[in-house]
Design a protein around this ligand. Structure first.
Ligand SMILES: Cc1ncc(COP(=O)(O)O)c(C=O)c1O
Length: 458
């Protein structure tokens, strides 16, 4: 596959430091085999996350200079609110410093102990916010999402039969909101179809529940709807976005993804002034006054520009094709890769690539470390480490797939740089049996993957 042509040229550059294998071995040892603990200067190709790591456009940088840093009533907030309403269709918005700030505001206002929150698959911070309030974060992915090779176009969908059973069953009273994450990050970056969004919204509303979307990657999801869902190939992206949002009572946004900024987030709702004031009141305590919400005025300006820019079809085509290019390079080099390729990342099937490492020895963490040692490439484990422990039993959770996510920052790397991930994969697979499993030697009670330390088994 030829890489896509970039619809931009480069105006500012950041040097990448070459590293030696010996340097990387030392760095990984000091980091306790946890790639989150590495210094970024020791990484050559950083595919840890697509969150907040993108390059802003000249229009966004220009907008920064218009930032109105007034504590209250900032004009930047007015421009931000206008963009949220224009692009997404929500007039009532509470800004936050990032996605989890928005989650904290929202879940603090809606979750009572014992509350069940069904979703296609909760992202880790979403799950943490629900569980911190003694709620139950329930994943209801479609069964085909568990087949790493199936080519179904919308593997991010929610299992609507499972949802209907829950909402008709004895636990229905414990549900007040139903969520969908678009695209489904924890489920392989796979998109959710408009048909599924409509069906989930219908079920939620028929049962008197609120329908809530996590829209961190809404534009990428809209691209897949246009490309794959029957009847939408001629529908403009903006219109698809508005249809996706149309039935949501609330949306949670990490602006660090599809608002193309390095920081920011928000909760937006369509109506219900009373609920809005409750959200604002929580925002004031945890994030800041409602017209800045933990952000500088200039950040709000950059989000306003990014929300509109992300809808440009030339950008979205390049974005999705670049991720697919990475997927094809990895496969050419022998990797086992989740199909179809996701919107923001490629997911390596570690259990298939390192079959000699059992789940209790964290094969995906071992693979992520091996890729770093081989080529200075940093990915992230999405498997037994990230899944953490069951809050009640304390047992390690066992997710169905052991994955390494290689997320592509937006507008940052060239195709030649992404090739380095293919070279590293080939080098690891050449001596796959030399890769050893890991043992946990320390871990935090919540979101342990950020700080855990490991020992390599001999
Ligand atoms: C789907 C999803 N929701 C929420 C978040 C949390 O956002 P943030 O990292 O801005 O706190 C993320 C971050 O990666 C995400 O992917």
């Amino acid at each position: 596959m030829r890489p896509p042509r970039e619809p931009f040229r480069i105006k500012m550059v950041e040097p990448v430091r070459p590293t030696t294998r010996a340097e990387r071995e030392r760095a990984l040892e000091e980091a306790g085999s946890n790639l989150f603990q590495l210094s970024a200067r020791d990484v050559e190709l950083d595919l840890l996350t697509d969150s907040g790591t993108g390059a802003m456009s000249q229009e966004q940088w220009a907008a920064l200079l218009r930032g109105d840093e007034s504590y209250a009533g900032s004009r930047s907030f007015a421009r931000f609110r206008e963009a949220v309403n224009e692009v997404l269709g929500f007039p009532l918005v509470v800004p936050a410093h990032q996605g989890r700030g928005a989650e904290s505001i929202f879940f603090g206002a809606v979750i009572d102990p014992g509350e069940i929150v069904p979703s296609n698959a909760h992202f880790d911070t979403t799950r943490a916010h629900i569980e911190l309030r003694q709620g139950v974060a329930l994943d209801l992915p479609v069964p085909e999402s568990l087949d790493p090779e199936g080519e179904e176009p919308f593997k991010g969908n929610m299992d609507t039969e499972g949802l209907a059973e829950l909402l008709d069953g004895p636990d229905a009273e414990r549900v007040s909101i139903v969520m969908l994450t678009i695209t489904n990050n924890a489920g392989g970056g796979q998109p959710v179809s408009l048909a599924n969004i409509h069906e989930v919204a219908r079920l939620a509303h028929e049962h008197g529940k609120k329908f809530v979307l996590d829209i961190a990657r809404f534009a990428e999801n809209a691209w897949f709807v246009q490309a794959r869902e029957p009847g939408y190939s001629e529908t403009p992206i903006q219109q698809i976005v508005r249809e996706m949002m149309g039935e949501a009572d609330a949306v949670l946004m990490s602006a660090k993804k599809d608002a193309l900024t390095n920081i920011g987030g928000f909760v937006a709702i369509s109506e219900d002034e009373e609920f809005f004031h409750r959200l604002q009141a929580r925002g004031i305590v945890f994030e800041g006054f409602p017209t800045y919400g933990g952000l500088a005025g200039r950040d709000l300006e950059a989000i306003a520009v990014g929300l509109r820019e992300v809808l440009e079809e030339s950008y979205l085509r390049y974005r999705i094709e670049q991720v697919a290019y990475l997927g094809s390079v990895l496969e050419e080099n022998g990797a086992s890769v989740l199909h179809p390729f996701g919107g923001h990342a490629i997911y390596l099937n570690a259990a298939a690539m390192l079959p000699h490492i059992p789940a209790e020895h964290f094969p995906a963490q071992a693979l992520a470390c091996a890729l770093y040692l081989a080529g200075g490439v940093r990915g992230v484990e999405i498997g037994s480490v990230m899944a953490g422990r069951d809050p009640i039993s304390g047992e390690n959770r066992r997710p169905p797939l052991e994955l390494v996510r290689l997320a592509v920052p937006r507008r940052v790397y060239t195709a030649r740089q992404l090739d380095q991930a293919g070279d590293a994969t080939a080098a690891v697979l050449e001596k796959a049996e030399d890769v050893r499993g890991l043992e946990l030697i320390s871990e935090a009670p919540v979101l342990r993957h950020f700080t855990a330390r490991f020992r390599t088994l001999s």
